[in-house]
Design a protein. Structure first.
Lengths: 305, 444
């Protein structure tokens, strides 16, 4: 009896946390999944909405605008994360040294990611403004023609990519820098003694050692990039046409402008599934590296033994 | 002596009657009304006179002001609650269908029948009938057009039609005349950038979504088109539809730089008011801001003409109405505010602050015409205000957004107008089918 009680004790202590999780996490997701089977407009209460089964999902597959916005999202996420990784890691490698005023510099570097997204959107929108914006003014002063920053599909896409890079490169920079500074000094010293040049040091020692952190960082950014909304909402509201209409924005417009909450819920579920895969990939990778490290450690012990 | 008493008695009787009559507001004194208004020149003017209302009635008013599309989203959520936060709302005209269909607005009949609330001097017949039908009445022909069985759920307040504003100084300089027809308009729109380098022909809304759709529909009606025929079949892709899309494209192409991202504020405020465009055709609501020298560099140089004619004259009908939500907590006091704001005195007071009249008497008021000389043109334009320039039906939100997104592709990605509108028509048909608009046609 007592043994039984002892075995149950941990679960008892876990119960409140589990209950909070169930309410705070599972309930909203369950609600969203339920809603995705409904034909529900925001003027109705959920109880008044009609059950339509899988119709929302079936419609999604044949919805050209949704497919377009899906590709815009993928293109956007892959592009910004790749560029941010290169820039962020590069900056970290450059600044991984004792410099005067380094603390201040680092704070300045991470400033963009601390600004509220709506403000970022507004600031960039005004900088891109066709006549009074900073960029076109500079171009005109240099005697160059104005660029259609937000008023042409391809330019607008490039513009939101630039804004996102400006805002999120610091995130990668700061994580890479932390990773760099926690690398074992011995490995680097050994390499230097063996005559490795700076490039070789980066290429063969630093980057491979940083890789686990970099992969997790990239995945975190990727997940985030799939959900970005406010900056683009303020800058272009998805236009011109559908050129910058990323999925999160499409979902928001479907709910508010098209007034189809069920359809928006179905889209959100697809996005959720996609992100779930990415998260699983991240976990799988962590597990894999841990297993590899354990295997190496075991092998080492055998060698030593 | 006796006479004196009689007189005093009469004076007292008059005083009592006067007190009873003069203060229908007394039972509601000290009430605080929460109202939801759009950020819009007309409502800025309305807010300016609210103090006067509080002074006269003792009813306090708290205003929650939002950009009009955000306001609509907020209201949509607010109206589904059991107890709403808003006592009075200003709704944008295309919300009429959504709210009335979901049974979320008070039918105003019972208030106008209540002798303690209804002001005998209100004079309903003075309200501009086109606006009342378009904004306030639901349940007539097709559900949203004038018809015998409609009834009022709101009262127009901040109602608008479209006029053409143009730069008189620029037109005079080059010997140009304000365009009478669409052919003239389009020719001028592209002629001006050549005559005045750096200046766009006409500033227009064109941003992806609602704004591009609004701009397109503005040209569709005068060019002879409609979104649906009488049996709800989409005809937006007929010849008139393509002509309207091409007209919009011409206007935006010859318009000020960056025009494809403009909402009404950018087109009116940034472009026209700062002298970057020679014409602006949109709601009359912006006129007051053009004439305000603290905001506008073109004050005093703006002429106004009727919305040019295509195959017919058809200016837009739009703007806002005031309504009482079914879940409001102070409905009677809210009605008193609604009545006060839309009364002859209220309408005039708001108009004098730069608002848009909803009453014939206000347009005829000499004082107003002296302060805002364009009022006469606007009154004239009302005659051709077209209540059917866009359908106000519950599924309109989705179709409207689709039109606007697709047209934005026409404007920026060189999508062929015919192809674009064919796609819109096909998707609109599916939406209408799903919503049951072909139930009766199919049965035949």
């Amino acid at each position: 009896m007592l043994a039984n009680a002892n075995r149950l004790t941990p679960y008892l202590f876990l119960a409140p946390a589990a209950a909070v999780m169930a309410i705070a996490l599972l309930y909203p997701i369950g609600y969203m999944i339920y809603a995705s089977f409904l034909d529900w407009n925001p003027s109705q209460r959920i109880g008044e909405a009609d059950w339509v089964g899988l119709r929302n999902y079936a419609n999604l597959l044949s919805d050209a605008a949704f497919r377009e916005s899906f590709w815009v999202t993928i293109k956007f996420a892959v592009l910004v994360v790749s560029i941010e990784m290169v820039l962020g890691v590069g900056l970290a490698l450059l600044l991984d040294r004792e410099l005067r005023g380094m603390t201040l510099l680092r704070t300045v570097f991470i400033l963009p990611m601390m600004i509220a997204p709506i403000v970022v959107g507004l600031v960039w929108r005004y900088m891109y403004h066709p006549t009074v914006g900073t960029f076109n003014k500079v171009l005109n002063d240099l005697g160059l023609p104005s660029a259609p920053w937000l008023s042409d599909g391809n330019w607008a896409f490039a513009s939101i990519v630039i804004a996102d890079i400006w805002q999120w490169t610091p995130f990668i920079f700061i994580l890479s820098l932390a990773a760099l500074q926690s690398l074992p000094r011995s490995a680097m010293e050994a390499a230097r003694i063996d005559g490795a040049t700076g490039w070789q040091l980066i290429w063969h020692i630093k980057l491979p050692l940083m890789l686990p952190v970099l992969i997790v960082t990239a995945l975190l950014r990727l997940i985030d990039a799939f959900k970005v909304l406010e900056v683009i909402l303020v800058m272009t509201n998805g236009g011109p046409g559908l050129s910058t209409e990323i999925l999160a924005l499409r979902i928001s417009r479907t709910a508010s402008e098209f007034r189809e909450l069920g359809y928006a819920a179905a889209m959100s579920n697809l996005l959720l599934i996609l992100l779930l895969f990415l998260t699983l990939a991240m976990f799988a990778y962590t597990k894999l590296t841990e297993a590899r490290a354990a295997r190496l450690a075991a092998a080492k012990e055998v060698e030593v033994g | 002596m006796f006479n004196k008493w009689k007189l005093t008695g009469a004076a007292i009787a008059v005083a009592i009657a006067g007190a009873a009559q003069a203060n229908p507001y007394e039972p509601y004194e000290g009430t605080t009304l929460v109202v939801n208004f759009p950020a819009h020149p007309h409502y800025d003017a309305a807010i300016a006179v609210l103090d006067q209302f509080t002074e006269e009635t003792g009813i306090e008013v708290e205003v929650d002001q939002l950009q009009y599309l955000r306001m609509r989203e907020r209201q949509t959520l607010e109206l589904t609650k059991d107890e709403g936060d808003y006592d009075l709302i200003a709704y944008v005209v295309f919300s009429k269908a959504d709210y009335v269909y979901a049974d979320q607005l008070e039918n105003l009949a019972k208030y106008f029948m209540n002798p303690a609330l209804a002001d005998p001097d209100y004079d309903q017949s003075d309200l501009i009938s086109g606006y009342v039908q378009n904004i306030g009445v639901a349940g007539g022909a097709k559900g949203y057009l004038p018809g015998q069985l409609g009834s009022a759920f709101g009262v127009p307040f901040g109602s608008e039609t479209s006029v053409l504003a143009y730069r008189r100084d620029i037109f005079e300089k080059h010997g140009l005349e304000a365009p009478e027809t669409y052919d003239d308009l389009l020719e001028l729109a592209c002629q001006i950038p050549e005559l005045e380098p750096g200046m766009g022909g006409m500033a227009s809304r064109a941003a992806s979504g609602h704004q591009a759709s609004h701009a397109f529909l503005l040209h569709l009606a005068p060019l002879g088109g409609r979104v649906f025929d009488d049996a709800w079949n989409p005809i937006i892709n007929n010849e008139a539809g393509v002509a309207a899309a091409n007209a919009l494209k011409t206007i935006v192409d010859c318009g000020p730089e960056g025009g494809t991202t403009f909402g009404p504020a950018e087109a009116a405020a940034a472009a026209f008011r700062q002298g970057q465009a020679a014409m602006f055709m949109d709601s009359i609501a912006f006129a007051a801001t053009f004439e305000d020298p603290t905001q506008s560099t073109v004050a005093g140089n703006v002429g106004y003409a009727m919305h040019p004619m295509g195959v017919r004259r058809a200016s837009q009908t739009g703007g806002f109405g005031l309504a009482i939500p079914s879940n409001a907590q102070n409905k009677e006091a809210a009605f008193l505010l609604l009545q006060w704001l839309t009364s002859k005195e209220g309408d005039l007071a708001v108009a004098m602050e730069g608002g848009n009249p909803s009453r014939f008497s206000t347009y005829q008021n000499a004082e107003l015409n002296a302060k805002f000389p364009y009022s006469a043109t606007f009154g004239e334009a009302l005659e051709f205000a077209d209540p059917d320039w866009r359908p106000i039906i519950p599924v309109w939100g989705g179709i409207n957004a689709d039109i606007g997104t697709t047209l934005s592709q026409v404007l920026t990605e060189d999508l062929d107008p015919q192809e674009a509108l064919d796609g819109v028509a096909e998707r609109a048909r599916a939406t209408m089918e799903e919503a049951g608009y072909y139930t009766w046609a199919d049965a035949e």
